[in-house]
Structures are given as C-alpha cells and as structure tokens.
Ligand binder design. Structure first.
Ligand code: 6GU
Length: 246
C-alpha cells in the first residue's frame, strides 16, 4: 500500500505513521508513506494557501489552485489513477468494512483540509471519495486521515503478525469483542473467570460468545441490525437482556 497525504502539516503525519505497527510496516516494505506539503504548490511568494470566502462568513478557505496542483502532481507519481479521499465531517462515516475495502487498493491519496474547508472547485475536480470519522468536528483532516490509514494498514496482508491479527476482534460479524485475561490468575483480589481455566473449549467458546452478545447489548445495541445471530444467540439475549429490541 502506497499512501500519499496532502496536508499543511506533513511532519504530523510522518511522526504518527513512523510509530509502532505502521512504522514497522513501513520499515518492512508493506506500506510507503509520502506526506506532501500543499504549501509547496502556492504560487505567491508568501506561500499563502488560504483566503477569505466569497459571500463572507466566518473563517478562511483553502484556495483551489495549490490543492489542484498538488493533486495533479501526485497523479503523475502514482501508477494508476488513485482514489483521492477528502477528509471532511460531511463525508461517509468510516467503519471497519470501509477499512477492508480500502486495503485492497494499491495506492491511496488523502486530502486534509484546514480552516473552514477547501474551495469546492478543487474538490469537484480531484476528489473521488469523502470520508468522515464521526459526528464531531476536528481542527483539520490530519487526525482523521491518520485514523483511516491506521485502520486500513492493519488490513494489509503482512502488516500484522499472526498473534496480532486475531480473527475474533471487535466488529467481526458486527459484535464487540469478549473480555481477555492473562496471567496472573488473581489480580487485586479479582480472579480470572473459572471457565477460562477449565480447559473445556466448547464451554469457553459459548461463554465468549455470550460475553460478546452482552457487551454489544449494553454498549452498542445498534450493531445488532447488521450482526448475524443464530437461534442460540437470540435465546441468550431474550433470557438475559431486559428491554432489548432486535
Ligand atoms: Cl474527516 N475532518 C474534520 N475536520 N473533522 C472531522 C472529520 C474529518 N471527521 C469527523 N470530524
């Protein structure tokens, strides 16, 4: 996976991506990271990239030209016509299924806006996808692009080791993950649930499934709309969770 990020703060993108698992993936050649400063495409000598909006109103708007020129330049460097993703609270809300889809691409370009947004004409000319990471407003698209790249990277084959890529993680089949325990057997007076020490694999599987169902019911009942539940799941929920609408 080759990432390109158009931003006014390339050092922010680089510092984050070089850290931890994404950093290891870069060093091992599974992903590449190219952070491009939009300011390098400003025509004026002060390298300004923002201006007051036509029609008045609060804040500044990023000009079309430097954004357009930066996108055109990146398209010359990429192998194919890559998806150019504008990070904006007006975009489609990012989720795990989108992370899996985007991980199939060879190259992704992220466009990060600042101020009150980007001149609409640059967006019309260059952008293929708009993504939001949730219903709140950030000061810029950088943190959002980092969130998306992190989630996409761990879906790229080779990025996670076998131990890291557990199949039963949250959002697999739209349920939250069950609780995990490691040594010691007792910590601050709290024991590991006895069933996990029993060695009885079928019972352990059943307990974990029920924990997933109970957690999802408590924290994210909206996820049940997408989850695949079997008869036993529904029976468990009926008997154990009050007032649950499925
Ligand atoms: Cl993608 N950008 C900004 N600025 N704020 C956001 C967002 C993106 N997603 C949620 N809030």
């Amino acid at each position: 996976m080759d990432y390109y990020v158009l931003t006014l703060f390339p050092e922010m993108i680089e510092a984050c991506m070089k850290t931890s698992i994404t950093g290891r993936a870069i060093n091992n050649g599974y992903i590449t990271m190219n952070a491009v400063n939009i300011r390098d495409y400003a025509a004026n000598k002060h390298r300004h990239v923002d201006d007051y909006p036509y029609g008045g109103g609060a804040g500044m708007v990023m000009q079309a030209e430097p954004v357009y020129l930066a996108c055109e330049d990146i398209k010359k460097k990429t192998k194919k016509n890559p998806r150019i993703i504008y990070m904006t609270p007006q975009g489609r809300v990012f989720d795990q299924s989108m992370a899996k889809e985007l991980a199939k691409e060879e190259e992704l370009v992220f466009l990060c806006g600042h101020y009150e947004g980007i001149d609409e004409r640059a967006i019309e000319l260059e952008v293929t996808d708009c993504i939001s990471i949730g219903d709140y407003v950030l000061t810029g698209g950088e943190l959002a692009a980092l969130v998306v790249m992190d989630a996409v990277s761990r879906m790229v084959p080779g990025v996670l080791s076998n131990e890291e890529s557990g199949k039963s993680e949250s959002f697999e089949n739209s349920l939250l993950e069950y609780p995990q325990y490691k040594r010691p057997e007792e910590f601050m007076g709290r024991r590991v649930p006895e069933i996990l020490l029993s060695g009885h694999h079928a019972n352990i599987e059943k307990w974990r499934r029920e924990q997933s169902l109970a957690r999802t019911a408590e924290m994210r009942p909206d996820l049940f709309k997408k989850a695949e539940l079997d008869k036993k799941d529904i029976e468990y929920l009926k008997n154990n969770i009050k007032n649950l609408q499925l």
